[in-house]
Design a protein around this ligand. Structure first.
Ligand code: NAD
Length: 297
């Protein structure tokens, strides 16, 4: 595999494009929104420069990686010569179905179609295409250039050959792929999201404040960041979407999203990407400041 198309240039898409480009693949990064593409290329440049300043990449390698990335606003144009397409667009079932129909029609017939979805059924996504055996989940973690895991999700029809190709490809990116089956939330989010939701419930019910909840989990459970900070990092809208998939998929009310999470997303407080969630984020500042809404009087 040489030519990779990445659909969606947000938080995950830019990290996925960065990683493939760094390891010598030709990447077509596709988004409907030109501003998102411009922002993604800037983010990739900044992150590669950080690697250079840390000594993990040379300046030449940085330039080579940047040269490997081209951007597109049209899916048919961007996937025309792809060996693998990794879809990382917004977490919405109907949108994923629409995109997979389009790429199935425009990509070479032997291309593998992967989704970076956090929770949506790979089997259902595959069913809108005419190549169910070549559709698979390739769930990278955020931030992609740093995190080692790729959760590789086999849909009902995914072939052994497709799975093997994606496992080997992930290893070539110096990642550790883990194969799992296609059930709501797979493994990562089936376990992580109920914990995050429970942390939000603890805040909502006044059990403790933002700082206290995150500190208990950081210092008591040795988590590198607390669940509320992690939720801000992932994006509260993404967390809400995943919890709804778990709730619908299992038909179990234990996954119902906390009303506080629902309200925060409705109010546009989606975490780091909007500048405020459980914490507030100011460009250039590394301090973790609890949002005014949750400050204790
Ligand atoms: N945020 C995380 O930590 C995380 C981790 C793992 C997986 N994921 C999954 O990755 C996917 C992307 O999440 P994100 O956090 O990067 O979202 P995001 O909101 O940061 O970015 C989504 C991008 O998709 C683009 N987009 C929307 N419709 C499109 C279309 N029709 N064609 C092309 N581009 C389109 C948007 O313009 C936007 O730039 C989701 O499926 C999400 O569940 C997210």
């Amino acid at each position: 595999m040489k030519n990779i198309s990445v659909i969606g240039s947000g938080t995950m898409g830019n990290g996925i494009a960065h990683t493939f480009a760094q390891f010598g693949f030709k990447v077509n990064l596709i988004d409907i929104n030109q501003n998102a593409l411009d922002k993604a290329l800037q983010t990739i440049t900044n992150n590669l420069e950080r690697q250079v300043s840390k000594g993990t990449l040379t300046d030449d390698q940085k330039l080579e990686a940047l040269k490997n990335i081209n951007s597109f606003t049209s899916i048919p144009e961007g996937v025309k010569y792809a060996d693998l397409i990794v879809e990382a667009a917004t977490e919405n079932v109907d949108l994923k179905f629409k995109i997979f129909k389009e790429i199935d029609e425009s990509a070479p017939s032997d291309a593998i179609l992967a989704s970076n979805t956090s929770s949506i059924s790979i089997t259902q996504i595959a069913a809108v295409t005419n190549r169910g055996d070549k559709v698979i989940g390739m769930h990278f973690m955020n931030p992609v250039p740093v995190m080692k895991l790729v959760e590789v999700i086999r849909g009902y029809q995914t072939s052994d050959e497709t799975t093997k190709s994606v496992m080997l490809l992930s290893e070539s990116l110096q990642k550790v792929p883990v194969e799992v089956n296609d059930y709501p939330g797979f493994v990562a989010n089936r376990i992580l999201m109920p914990m995050i939701n429970e942390a939000i419930y603890s805040l909502y019910e006044g059990v403790a404040g933002v700082y206290e909840i995150d500190t208990v989990m950081k210092l008591g459970m040795a988590h590198p960041m607390g669940p509320l900070q992690l939720a801000d990092f992932i994006g509260l809208d993404v967390c809400l979407a995943i919890l709804k998939v778990l709730q619908d998929g299992f038909g179990n009310p234990k996954y119902a999203p906390c009303p506080l999470l629902v309200n925060m997303v409705a109010a546009g407080k989606k975490g780091i990407k909007t500048g405020e969630g459980f914490y507030t984020y100011t460009a250039g500042s590394k301090d973790l400041v609890v949002s005014d809404k949750f400050k204790k009087s």
